[in-house]
Design a protein around this ligand. Structure first.
Ligand SMILES: Cc1ncc(COP(=O)(O)O)c(C=O)c1O
Length: 392
């Protein structure tokens, strides 16, 4: 695979694309959570699962201890459902400070909330012990960690609930999941399927990105055309396209379920192959970049399925502009704190928010493409070093 578009430029999308054969492929039993979990409900988004968790566990009049390093939408969902977030410290290597969590547990604390960052396992066993000591539930947020394990323990299976997002790791049009672990059964309503137009539009766009990835000028042109047509049709029929990956929680979508097509595409994937490809790509970047940019992690824990390569930079805007100019869809990772969390109290997290960008390492990127990505990132980083040196 070339991943060069018609102008000969590299094209590296941030998310995996949808290959047409995946629509036809044989569905297999999913061996990873949430697919293999006996007690699971699927939604349009992971944020819906956060909202429902608060209601289901009766946390709506209580406080939940959450990490100061968060996306923001999970905090919004929790607040919308009626709970109050309190925040704990995370260190500059994404290390959750369990002692700080323990210090902050108080009489009003009704649950602990752990986020596994980009496939890197957090201290789930220690958080489990702490939750048990206080007789409160543990919420394990794996929105960025689908298919990831801590050694032999799949993420999302230790908490009272595990929350997953499907569309960040797999080429599916939507999808989030709530897994309830343990013997207790909750009767959760089956959410209604989302509007077909919405599923269709996301699916078409992932297919067209695939065409572009494979090097087609046709793909690129088609993508523009379909986008324009799609917008017109959606407006004309006043159908709502429910965007995924958005920054804010919207109560109007809280009941929206996952499309049947998502399930089909997800179960047609070679899930172990995806973990392998992501690990291979991650290691490749680690090996090629560590001498120019000190890595956030020096290794990849066994079983971890990285969502992206976290690149530590000095100037996000500058570096993203350089990478975008090279055709790499690098993303600004978690710039903002939720307004309920005071940045002054968490300087390491504030620093992380200034410093980290996502470099894609997903399953669609072949070793040849990764070599080009690594080269482009090296050049961008060294150009940045030079500029800063000149500036004094
Ligand atoms: C940690 C975390 N939890 C939950 C979510 C919500 O995911 P979704 O976009 O599927 O609602 C996100 C989104 O990025 C997230 O980063």
């Amino acid at each position: 695979m070339e991943a060069l578009n018609h102008s000969g430029r590299l094209y590296v999308p941030s998310l995996p694309t949808l290959w047409p054969r995946m629509l036809m492929a044989r569905v297999r039993p999913g061996a990873h959570p949430p697919f293999a979990s006996p007690n699971v409900r699927y939604f349009y988004f992971a944020r819906n699962a956060v909202w429902l968790t608060v209601k289901m566990l009766g946390l709506d009049a209580g406080e939940v201890l959450m990490p100061a390093y968060h996306h923001g939408v999970e905090v919004e969902a929790l607040v919308d459902a009626g709970a109050t977030p309190r925040f704990y410290r995370v260190g500059k290597h994404w290390d959750v400070d369990v002692e700080d969590v323990a210090r902050r547990v108080g009489p009003k604390t009704k649950a602990l909330y752990l986020i596994h960052y980009a496939g890197f396992p957090g201290p789930v066993a220690a958080m489990r012990r702490l939750a048990d000591q206080h007789g409160i539930p543990l919420i394990e947020d794996c929105a960025l960690s689908l298919l990831s394990s801590d050694g032999a323990v799949p993420l999302g299976t230790t908490g009272d609930v595990g929350i997953f997002c499907l569309y960040k790791t797999l080429p599916v049009p939507n999808g989030g999941a709530l897994v309830v672990n343990g013997p207790r059964q909750y009767s959760l309503p089956e959410p209604p399927a989302p509007p077909l137009a919405s599923t269709f539009s996301h699916t078409a766009s992932a297919l067209l990105q695939n065409l572009e990835l494979r090097g087609g000028a046709v793909g690129r042109g088609l993508r523009r055309l379909v986008r324009a047509l799609g917008r017109g049709t959606v407006r004309a029929a006043s159908i709502e396209r429910v965007a995924t990956g958005t920054q804010h929680f919207d109560r109007r979508h809280v009941d929206l379920g996952m499309s049947p097509l998502t399930r089909r595409i997800a179960l047609a994937q070679d899930l172990d192959g995806i973990v392998e490809a992501r690990r291979r790509n991650y290691f490749f970047l680690l090996g090629r970049l560590r001498d120019v940019s000190p890595p956030l992690f020096n290794q990849l824990p066994p079983g971890a399925c990285p969502l992206f390569y976290p690149l530590v930079v000095h100037d996000k805007a500058e570096m993203m502009a350089r990478l975008h100019a090279r055709g790499i869809d690098a993303i600004d990772f978690w710039r903002r704190f939720h307004p309920a969390c005071d940045p002054a109290e968490f300087p390491e997290v504030a620093q992380l928010r200034r410093d980290i960008i996502e470099v894609p390492c997903h399953q669609d990127l072949s070793p040849e493409v990764m070599a080009d990505v690594a080269q482009a990132v090296r050049e961008a980083v060294t150009a940045d070093h030079r500029t800063r040196k000149r500036a004094g």
